[in-house]
Design a protein around this ligand. Sequence first.
Ligand code: CTP
Length: 428
Amino acid sequence: MEIIKVRRPRPVLRTLPSATLPAMKDLAGKHIVLGLTGGIACYKSAELCRLLVKEGATVQAVMTQAAMQFITPVTMQALSNRTVYASQWDDRPANNMAHIQLSREADALLIAPCSADFMAKLVHGGADDLLSLMCLARPLDRVPLLLAPAMNREMWAHPATQRNVAQLTADACTILGVGVGDQACGETGDGRMLEPHELLQDVVAFFQPKSLAGKQVVITAGPTYEPIDPVRGITNLSSGKMGFAIARAAREAGASVTLVAGPVAQPTPRGVLQVNVQSASDMLAACLNVVPAADIFIAAAAVADWRPATVAEHKIKKDGSGSPPKLGFVENDDILATIAKMPRALSGDMFCVGFAAESQDLLQLATAKRAKKGVPLLVGNIGPATFGQDDNALLLVDAQGAREVPRNTKLALARELVTEIANRIKRA
Ligand code: CTP
């Protein structure tokens, strides 16, 4: 990070209003060959194609004969805005070598759904149809192959399939995994194709730099809820969006991520382990469980500072006097400050990052808060302006000074923060 010495207070974070932000598409400039093999999950590939295009990719659909039993090339052509290829004898390329032309243009080959049969074929280097020919003919060093298997649970669990998964992994294919749940055959279990939005997240993640590969990251997110009685409590307006975006960005960067989340309504990012908690005490306990193995701890949660001194066993009733009940409060433990004092944090083995949600004087308050919490990096933001929003502006504060990160989507900011942390760890 380029540190700018801050000499005098100045208004910070008054940047572009969100409405004027250019929409950044995660797959802009990427060309994906989307291969479809035979399986009922082909109906999901139509939506996947649409999502890839919406995210900025160009998509070339290639279908096997079996795939065309399930959906038609017309559907895929309409959604990708390109005619579909289905035969190795297709003479549209001037050299009549569709398998070479199409595979050389691709940034990635994504096969979704990938049937058990097609996986077996890939293991053996079979090449008797256009799609398998393309897989074999692709330049291994620059055209990755991503597979989204789809099959009945018995087929998925079969030792032959599992052997093929292991072999394909050893051959540097990326197996995106399978979903769990109801299957078209009426059975329930592992093996169905991941949902289109999950596959989209995986493809986007695949292209992100792996700056945190092998690192363990623990992140707190969202508000906490401090009960007064069984039906009431104290909480705040944090949506958890920033913490969840950081979890997603850290996972995209190759980290193993545990997200300790207060009560929020955010979907768990792909591949992230989410631990749900209610109160600040629960959050501290959950964090203490996981931080011993962490390389990075990021406290993005808006933790309640106080909790009611006692929690009534039953709902507190009006007593008719018109006077409210008397509530006493005790201060919650400071999760970030507690973890930042651990020997692993003090020695630099665990890099701790705090947030500061302020409503004014961000630079001064965030600078003071970083020193008080004892963390190397603190991320300041204006709480009321960001709670619940999809974008934000940040102020990164360290011992040397501060740097503004201009307004952007929370995911873009999260990726920038992850890169920043990765660079600092590398330098340390
Ligand atoms: N934090 C924490 N545990 C608490 C309170 C705060 O881990 N009990 C963390 C937050 O997750 C954040 C940082 O400390 O990373 C600062 O939180 P913030 O709410 O901005 O400040 P407070 O420490 O609560 O101080 P104040 O309310 O006085 O601004």
